[in-house]
Design a protein around this ligand. Structure first.
Ligand SMILES: NC(=O)C1=CN([C@@H]2O[C@H](COP(=O)(O)OP(=O)(O)OC[C@H]3O[C@@H](n4cnc5c(N)ncnc54)[C@H](O)[C@@H]3O)[C@@H](O)[C@H]2O)C=CC1
Ligand SMILES: [Mg+2]
Length: 345
C-alpha cells in the first residue's frame, strides 16, 4: 500500500501479499479451528494439554537444547514428561494446568508454554538436558522460524504474571484453561492479552535512508525510527507524528512493509513501513530527549552496516563500527528492503 499522509489518497489500495507459501490450506484451517475450540472449551483444552507439547520457561527464560553441531533449538517436552519432572522435584502435578496455549504443531499436537520459575533452575536443566536462556540471547541462537513461538510463549506467560487482578475491583481474576483471557469474578470484566501498537519507519529522501540511535542502544547500533501509537491514532498519523517529533521532518508518502510481534520490554505489535521525505526538506532537527543521534546513510554506508555482525569488536581506540539490528528484528528487514529497492532504481 502506498499512502499519502495528508489526504486519504491511496495510490495502490490492493497489494497482494504472499502470506504463507504453499501450505496445505485445509489442514491450516482445521488447526486454526481446533485452536479456536480449545480457547472456548476448558474441558477440551485440559484434555489436549494431557497429550500436548510443552515449552518450559524459568522466570520467562525459554528452555533450549544444543545439538551436536552446536545449533540451538526449542526444547519441546511431552506433557507426560513434564508431570514426571514435577513429581521428581516434589512439585504438585497441578502446576501443569497453569500452562497457556500457544499453538498447534504440524502434527496437530496442541502446544503450550509453562513457567517453572518456582522450581530450582539447575535441577530442571539437568533433568531436561537443556538450558534456560534469556530471550534476547535466545534470538541469536535460534533459527528464525522458531522465534515467533518462543516470543508468544513468553509474552502470554508474562501477561498472566502481571495481570492477576481486576483493575476495577482489585480482586484476583480467573483465567480460562487456554489462558486466552482472564475474568473478574464479581463484575464479569474480561481481560485479554494486550499488545501496544508501534509504528517503525525507515525514512528515505530518495537517495539516502535515515537511521537513528537512542543512548540506551548498544554502542554503534543504529535503527529505524519507532514510536508507540497514541490512543485514537491511525498508523499513518502515528508515523507522521513520530517522524516530526523525533527528527523534525515532514513525511510525504508511506508504504506498508510487514509486521512483527516484539516482546521487549512488553509486548508490542510492530507495524513496519517505508516513508519518503522531500530531498529539499531533509535537514534533520533532532529531538535530543529521545534520540542521541540520527543521520542520513548512503546505500554504500547502509550495506556496510548490514554486513557488520552485532556487537562488533573494533581495534582499541577506534570508534565502534556502525551496525544495525540483527535479522530477527523487523528494523533489519526494512533496511534490507530499502537497500534492495535502491539498487534496482
Ligand atoms: N523490532 C524492531 O526492529 C525494533 C523495535 N523497537 C521497539 O519499538 C518500541 C517503541 O520505540 P520507542 O522509540 O522506544 O518509542 P517512542 O518513540 O514512542 O518513545 C518511548 C516513550 O513513549 C512513551 N510511551 C507511550 N506509549 C507507551 C507504551 N504503550 N509503552 C511504553 N512507552 C510508551 C514512553 O514515555 C516511552 O518512554 C520499543 O519498545 C522498542 O523496543 C524499536 C526499534 C526496532
Ligand atoms: Mg522512538
Amino acid at each position: 500500500m502506498v499512502m499519502h499522509c495528508c489526504s486519504s489518497m491511496v495510490r495502490s489500495p490492493f497489494r497482494s501479499l504472499q502470506l504463507f507459501g504453499s501450505r496445505d490450506c485445509s489442514s491450516y484451517v482445521s488447526r486454526m479451528r481446533y485452536l479456536m475450540r480449545l480457547k472456548e472449551d476448558d474441558e477440551a483444552c485440559r484434555t489436549a494439554l494431557q497429550s500436548g507439547n510443552v515449552l518450559l520457561y524459568h522466570k520467562l527464560e525459554p528452555l533450549l537444547t544444543q545439538t551436536q553441531k552446536g545449533m540451538y533449538h526449542l526444547h519441546m517436552l511431552q506433557a507426560t514428561d513434564v508431570k514426571g519432572i514435577l513429581g521428581k522435584l516434589g512439585k504438585d502435578e497441578q502446576l501443569l494446568n497453569t500452562s497457556v496455549l500457544i499453538g498447534c504443531s504440524d502434527n496437530d499436537a496442541a502446544q503450550f508454554s509453562l513457567d517453572v520459575g518456582s522450581l530450582e533452575k539447575a535441577a530442571v536443566e539437568e533433568m531436561c538436558g537443556g538450558v534456560f536462556v534469556d530471550l534476547r540471547k535466545a534470538f541469536f541462537l535460534l533459527k528464525e522460524k522458531d522465534t515467533p513461538l518462543v516470543t508468544k510463549g513468553q509474552a502470554l506467560l508474562r501477561w498472566h504474571q502481571t495481570h492477576a487482578y481486576c483493575s476495577a475491583t482489585g480482586e484476583p481474576t480467573q483465567r480460562n484453561q487456554a489462558g486466552s483471557q482472564r475474568v473478574s469474578p464479581t463484575n464479569g470484566a474480561t481481560y485479554y492479552p494486550q499488545m501496544a501498537p508501534v509504528v517503525i519507519v525507515l525514512v528515505s529522501d530518495g537517495k539516502r535512508c535515515l537511521l537513528a540511535r537512542q543512548s540506551t542502544f548498544p554502542e554503534g547500533m543504529y535503527s529505524a525510527l519507532a514510536g508507540f501509537c497514541d490512543m485514537g491514532e491511525t498508523i499513518e498519523e502515528t508515523l507522521r507524528r513520530e517522524v516530526a517529533e523525533e527528527v523534525g521532518l515532514e513525511v510525504e508518502s508511506l508504504q506498508y512493509s510487514s509486521s512483527q510481534h516484539w516482546p521487549f520490554p512488553q509486548s508490542s505489535f510492530m507495524v513496519a513501513c517505508h516513508a519518503t521525505v522531500s530531498s529539499d526538506n531533509a535537514e534533520v532537527n533532532l529531538n535530543g530527549v529521545e534520540l542521541e543521534d540520527a543521520r542520513w546513510f548512503t546505500l554504500e554506508e547502509t550495506e556496510d552496516a548490514l554486513k557488520k555482525k552485532a556487537f562488533p569488536q573494533g581495534a582499541k581506540g577506534e570508534p565502534t563500527a556502525i551496525w544495525v539490528p540483527p535479522r530477527y528484528a523487523i528494523a533489519n528487514k526494512l533496511i534490507r528492503e530499502w537497500a534492495i529497492q535502491q539498487k534496482k532504481s
